[in-house]
Design a protein around this ligand. Structure first.
Ligand code: DGT
Ligand code: CA
Ligand code: CA
Ligand code: ZN
Length: 574
């Protein structure tokens, strides 16, 4: 099995972390992170691209130098620079970087000042109270790290996007054995996935197992049997594959899609009618009365078909009984993207290139929302550059047909809730996304006040990635979501569902809470490359898990209508 894209991306991320700890040039650090994102987002394997003689240096964020390094990695399965860095910076720096509150910058600090290199060193320093004395740490951070260190290692969960790459490759490999569906949390589109539950419609389970264990991406075979085979992939992701006969296929799909709580609710409904529901079918005594399709089982139980994303026992069963399930938003409903970056700040493509990619992806508008000046590393815009960018957008728009670029900004919310640009600059723009990019560790009340103050500025249309989480890397900051969503409803400020696979922020539960109060949403990609418009589907997934309809999401509207919605807020505030 050749090196996978995810493995190359992980090598580059690790390299970036270690370079940062070492105090290397920040632009070099960022180049590796950016390249990692590009490689992660590629629709095909780097290995196959190289085999087809593709020029990797044409990819966003990948120049000649990195293209050469990637080719070396594919050839040798090693990254020489990373190996050298690991030798130079020995210890558990990687494991430390995974702890909440400890990014590369802080690791560098404790490495330089306290000579902490391993998790044990770290534990000892905390016991002696040495960590809290360092600049920027304090007791709160120290306590948070201590708690994380004390926690047993949880079983690992995988980002949905990572699980998806594995699931699609595996499904393609198994498809000759029979119809393949990946069920479980993956089919429910949870933001993270614990393992893959694969069903194959096949008479001969043993044959499916034989094929699975010869999959080149299998690292370990846990169990192999006539109907079920379990393996671990090279990424560590576990896969259960079950062979299912035709007459039970729907019942098995229902059972293994879950959630467990949803299954139990269905079983109780069956029991009230003196029936039995299990993974083989719906039975009246010994007679199977349904089981070939999910639709058939739901119908027999007197329920409307429940979309997999809703199967969490959060009230969907009662709605299905009443025939009152919402019509969930779907990918085809999206008409525009309200959070897009260009190479004016930290994006990798020009405004015109981003617009062309958005239009090619089927959109009819996008708001260009580059960073504001406080983001110096990303060349954030000051008022003068905002004005220049507006003129540039007018120029590009004049040459477009069937597509419009809206003028926008992703403005930083400052520590006290003021914004990083004056109102005079924001007033020229169509869309203002306001985001927290600093002071993640404010106390809950202060953080909430800060964001609500930003929402009170009538120029602000959307709060970007409202909790700041990075799945598996950074916990959300502390914020009172009940108060925040109530304020958003009262002020008519939209909340973002950011579709970046590591963000998915708001999450499903918070988005559902906001929707129940009447808050409107922008589902956005936060695209930094021409390839990232495809991420919208992950945002849609989470919106569906939150029960959102097209009506709840402003970027499902045609441009003129969407503009009217944004204007209304300004008028209300005036
Ligand atoms: P995950 O893998 O942790 O992301 O979450 P799931 O939902 O994929 O859970 P998993 O892999 O343990 O099981 C897959 C499905 O199988 C689950 O959603 C429902 C079903 N299932 C598993 N165990 C039970 C059980 O004890 N009772 C019932 N009713 N269903 C179960
Ligand atoms: Ca699972
Ligand atoms: Ca499982
Ligand atoms: Zn952004």
């Amino acid at each position: 099995m050749p090196v996978q894209n995810a493995e190359i991306a992980a090598m580059f991320d690790q390299t970036a972390d270690l370079l940062e700890v070492k105090g290397d040039n920040p632009f070099r650090v960022r180049a590796y992170r950016r390249a990692a994102r590009t490689i992660e987002g590629l629709p095909q394997s780097v290995h196959s691209m190289l085999a087809a003689k593709a020029d990797l240096s044409e990819l966003p964020g990948i120049g000649k130098d990195l293209a050469g390094k990637i080719a070396d990695i594919v050839a040798s399965e090693h990254f020489a620079l990373l190996d050298a860095l690991k030798k130079k910076l020995p210890g558990d720096l990687g494991a430390m970087a995974a702890l909440p509150g400890l990014g590369p910058k802080r690791i560098k600090l404790i490495y330089d000042r306290l000579k902490i290199r391993t998790l044990d060193d770290l534990r000892q320093a905390i016991e002696k109270g040495r960590l809290r004395k360092l600049r920027g740490f304090g007791e709160v951070t120290e306590k948070k790290i201590a708690e994380a260190l004390a926690k047993p290692i949880e079983t690992r969960r995988y980002k949905l996007s990572v699980a998806e790459a594995e699931a699609e490759a595996l499904a393609a490999y198994l498809k000759d054995s029979g119809r393949v569906v990946v069920a479980g949390s993956y089919r429910r589109r949870r933001d993270t996935v614990g393992d893959l539950d694969v069903l194959v419609l096949a008479g001969h389970g043993a044959a499916v197992g034989e094929r699975l264990v010869t999959y080149a991406n299998v690292a370990d075979v846990i169990a192999q049997g006539p109907t079920r085979t379990t393996v671990v992939l090279r990424s560590g992701l576990q896969v259960d594959v079950r062979a299912v006969p035709e007459q039970s296929y729907g019942a098995a799909l229902l059972y293994f899609t879950g959630s467990k709580a949803h299954n139990i609710a269905l079983r109780n409904i069956a029991a009230k009618r003196k029936w039995k529901l299990n993974e083989y079918g719906l039975f009246a005594g010994r007679r199977r009365i349904a089981g070939a399709t999910e639709e058939e089982v739901y119908a027999k139980l007197g329920l409307a078909f429940v979309p997999p994303e809703m199967r969490e026992d959060r009230g969907e069963v009662a709605l299905a009984q009443a025939g009152a399930l919402p019509k969930l938003i779907a990918a085809g409903d999206i008409r525009g993207d309200l959070h897009v970056h260009s190479d004016w700040t930290d994006g990798t493509a020009s405004i015109a290139e981003m617009a062309a990619a958005a239009q090619a992806g089927g959109l009819s508008y996008m708001a260009l929302t580059d960073h504001s000046r406080r983001q110096t590393m990303s060349h954030g815009l000051d008022a003068a550059r905002v004005a220049r960018q507006c003129r540039e957008i007018d120029r590009i728009n004049a040459g477009l047909s069937g597509f419009a670029i809206l003028k926008g900004i992703e403005v930083d919310i400052l520590k006290d809730g003021r914004l990083d640009l004056p109102d005079s600059a924001l007033a020229q723009l169509d869309v203002v996304v306001a985001s927290v990019h600093s002071y993640f560790d404010l106390a809950r009340e202060a953080q909430t006040d800060r964001i609500i103050r930003a929402m009170r500025n009538p120029h602000v249309s959307v709060i970007g990635h409202p909790t700041g989480r990075l799945i598996g890397e950074r916990e959300p900051y502390e914020v009172d979501m009940d108060r925040l969503t109530s304020a958003a409803a009262e002020l008519g400020c939209c909340l973002e569902i950011n579709s970046q696979p590591e963000r998915l922020d708001l999450n499903d539960l918070h988005a559902h809470m906001a929707q129940s109060k009447g808050v409107k949403f922008a589902i956005s990609t936060d695209a930094h490359t021409v390839n990232s418009f495809q991420y919208i589907r992950y945002g849609i997934d989470q919106a569906r898990r939150a029960w959102l309809t097209a009506d709840d999401v402003i970027n499902t509207r045609p441009l003129t209508e969407m503009r009217k919605l944004l204007k209304r807020r300004l008028l209300q505030a005036a």
